[in-house]
Design a protein around this ligand. Structure first.
Ligand SMILES: *Cc1c(COP(=O)(O)O)cnc(C)c1O
Length: 394
């Protein structure tokens, strides 16, 4: 099928829930993608922080093939080896004691919200409310769009579930005022992704941890976008020097195969007994095998140091463009999640870069968001940024 054909047939029959650019990809390798006509693109988007290991990474493809040759799926009324390995690896390399496996980010946050409610019931019965940040994004199910601190995702979906409250991000005094004896948990992104790549002050998360400890409230972090090496460490919370109670993952966890995970300390996880939560496909054998291979790749000794080095090179390139372009007022981010604050809407810039073969994204209207595959080479970074510079400086 030609790109035009794919676009036309999709638009005729899919619900029109996305604003898509008319490009259809058929093949990828590393940070390179090809459309149906053979045009090559350089990727600074990684399918929205999903393909962190690049497109069709060999080690993951082999793990998937090996698993599909044996078994596609095992019900959660029985056991399978990829799930056992994945849960063990996630716990061994994080703060967590236990993991609930599901299929997406929204489901991981839904699990976290249910966990917070159950934990509140099990600990005195008064605490149920979840406090989240204005500008946050936590998903599109009814509970997670209510947790999301943006009115636009809620339009037309009332009545909404109760028990959510919003505070300005990166404002400890406001959080302090919002916490009550009915608060069960604070749910935050370590960096606001959809909200415009907003990095909080260095001591913010430690301050949140302290407030939660003083009040007996859970600290839950949504690392769906910034986890899995994106910020230069396996998880972003590591750089804040804190231990959360709950962390949610999805996006890059299995390199593009659908999966989600809700990680928790045992004092929280233990409130989920048999029948408290579940998912038919949660921890599916193929998805879990892909996640195990993804973690094995990222935990190799040279991987994360290499990510940090290339991310510093990338950031230096963005800073150079910002110094030259009158359209850029600030660059902010951590590792390979970087944002450029523009003086004008980002969508036309994104479209101009796409026409020149570079994929990136705009969010919060005037922020260019860069989420390259973590494996992108310095040469590809330089080539892609030359295009971004051409567009931003013309
Ligand atoms: C993408 C995202 C989600 C939702 O994940 P889905 O897999 O689309 O449900 C939740 N939180 C954050 C921070 C995200 O970036």
């Amino acid at each position: 099928m030609s790109s035009q054909d794919i676009v036309a047939r999709s638009d005729r029959h899919l619900m029109q829930t996305y604003l898509r650019a008319p490009v259809a990809f058929v093949r990828g390798e590393g940070a390179h993608l090809w459309d149906a006509e053979g045009k090559e693109y350089l990727d600074l988007f990684a399918c929205l922080a999903v393909t962190n290991l690049g497109h069709a990474p060999k080690a993951i493809a082999e793990a998937i093939q090996a698993q599909t040759a044996k078994l596609f799926h095992v019900s959660n009324l029985h056991y399978c080896e990829p799930q056992a390995k994945l849960a063990e690896m996630l716990c061994a390399n994080s703060f967590a004691d236990r993991v609930f496996l599901c299929n997406s980010g929204a489901e991981a946050n839904e699990a976290a919200i249910k966990l917070a409610r159950r934990w509140g019931h099990a600990n005195g019965g008064k605490r149920f409310e979840v406090v989240t940040a204005l500008g946050s994004f936590h998903g599109r199910t009814l509970a997670t769009l209510t947790a999301t601190g943006q009115e636009k995702v809620r339009v037309g979906f009332h009545p909404l579930p109760e028990g959510f409250r919003y505070v300005p991000y990166d404002d400890l005094a406001a959080l302090d005022r919002a916490l009550t004896d009915t608060t069960a948990a604070v749910l935050l992104e370590p960096v606001l992704g959809e909200g415009g790549v907003v990095v909080p002050k260095p001591d913010y998360l430690a301050g949140v941890r302290k407030l939660c400890d003083e009040r007996g409230i859970l600290l839950m972090l949504d690392e769906i976008q910034v986890g899995m090496g994106r910020t230069g460490t396996l998880f972003a919370y590591e750089q804040a020097g804190i231990v959360p109670d709950v962390v949610t993952l999805a996006k890059a966890l299995a390199s593009g195969i659908p999966i989600g995970a809700c990680l928790a300390k045992s004092h929280v996880a233990d409130v989920f007994g048999a029948g408290a939560h579940g998912s038919t496909f949660g921890g599916n054998a193929v998805a879990a095998a892909a996640a195990v291979a993804t973690l094995e790749t990222m935990l190799a000794p040279d991987f994360l140091p290499g990510v940090r080095k290339r991310a510093a090179h990338f950031r230096a390139g963005l800073d150079r463009i910002a110094a030259k372009s009158p359209k850029v007022t600030a660059v902010r981010g951590m590792g390979f999640i970087q944002g450029m604050q523009l003086t004008e809407p980002g969508a036309p810039i994104v479209a101009a870069c796409l026409a020149k073969g570079v994929l990136l994204n705009a969010t919060a209207d005037t922020v260019l968001r860069f989420l390259p595959p973590l494996v992108i080479t310095e040469d590809d970074i330089d080539r892609a940024l030359a295009v971004v510079e051409e567009v931003l400086c013309s």
